[in-house]
Design a protein around this ligand. Structure first.
Ligand SMILES: NC(=O)c1ccc[n+]([C@@H]2O[C@H](COP(=O)([O-])OP(=O)(O)OC[C@H]3O[C@@H](n4cnc5c(N)ncnc54)[C@H](OP(=O)(O)O)[C@@H]3O)[C@@H](O)[C@H]2O)c1
Length: 274
């Protein structure tokens, strides 16, 4: 009888589609995914008005031809994919969730400013496929939001909570999805906190339940967030600064690797961190 032969066989690569593929984040995802041995780009979706429509995603991303041409047809862009990573626009994601659920493709979505309809589409999709939506894919921001909740709870109503976010001049939504998430983290500790998005004129003394959430825009800032806790004679500032866009792409790819093969459910970055 011949002895049993065992061999180390690498698992097949995770088949990845990119939605919003020609955008800044989409191209960063394409560059990193192409370099990752356990990932294979199989489809790329962009809008039909995009100048990159019908072109090889590798050429657009500056890494040479990879043999995947961008399409505006969501169904064919997702064909054969295990996971789709989405960084696009809020108005496009409901259609993406519906097609992904139909074709059983897991979704990692980082698109911000989702409206109620898009969030409903997300919840519906999570009944039949794994879905992870995070307004900030950074692992550091996840830990920051945990620290914010803890600090607001420990310091209590004697401390005034305020929040700033700074982004590049081309950002289209405000406040940032991350700022909203940090505000939620503060509210998890103090539910009475109420966002204000501007103070001007004769506004009177600051009520304790107010929480300013202010956005600054300019230049090429990738994304800075600070939560201030102002007390008597002291203040705490909890800050996260993103220094390059690849940080978010790395987080999204890690989420895609985590999600592939998982049961249908809505997941969070906290699940990815374990
Ligand atoms: N979660 C995070 O960590 C994180 C990090 C960075 C950014 N973001 C968010 O991710 C999103 C994209 O950011 P970005 O900086 O990459 O923006 P961007 O450069 O403007 O890219 C968005 C892309 O989506 C495309 N698009 C529009 N409609 C589409 C459709 N129907 N189907 C497919 N693609 C479509 C746009 O194409 P056209 O130009 O032709 O319209 C564009 O190429 C924003 O919501 C941003 O706030 C999240």
């Amino acid at each position: 009888m011949s002895p049993a032969v065992t061999a180390n066989v690498d698992p097949p690569p995770i088949k990845l589609a990119i939605f919003g593929a020609t955008g800044r984040m989409g191209l960063a995802i394409a560059r990193l995914a192409h370099a990752a041995p356990d990932l294979q780009i199989v489809g790329c979706v962009c809008s039909d008005a995009d100048p990159g429509h019908g072109r090889d995603i590798g050429e657009l991303a500056g890494i040479g031809q990879v043999g995947v041409v961008t399409t505006a047809d969501v169904a064919s862009g997702l064909l054969g994919a295990d996971v789709v990573i989405d960084f696009s626009v809020a108005s496009a994601v409901s259609a993406l969730f519906a097609v992904a659920a139909r074709q059983k493709v897991a979704v990692v979505s980082g698109t911000t400013n989702l409206d109620e309809n898009a969030l409903k589409a997300l919840e519906r999709a999570a009944q039949s496929i794994p879905v992870l939506w995070a307004p900030n894919m950074s692992l550091g921001v996840q830990v920051l939001s945990e620290l914010v909740e803890q600090a607001v709870r420990r310091l209590g109503p004697g401390f005034d909570v305020e929040l700033t976010e700074i982004h590049h001049r081309r950002k289209v939504d405000s406040p940032s999805g991350t700022a909203k998430r940090l505000a939620e983290a503060a509210r998890a500790a103090r539910p009475e906190l109420r966002d204000v998005h501007g103070r001007s004129g004769d506004v009177g003394p600051r009520p304790p339940e107010e929480m300013a959430v202010y956005g600054l825009r300019g230049g090429d800032v990738i994304g800075d967030h600070t939560v201030f806790l102002f007390g008597q004679g002291e203040r705490l500032e909890l800050t996260h600064r993103a220094s390059n866009r690849e940080l978010f792409a790395h987080g999204a790819l890690r989420a895609a690797q985590f999600l592939a093969g998982k049961p249908a459910k809505r997941y969070t970055i906290a699940d990815v961190l374990g």
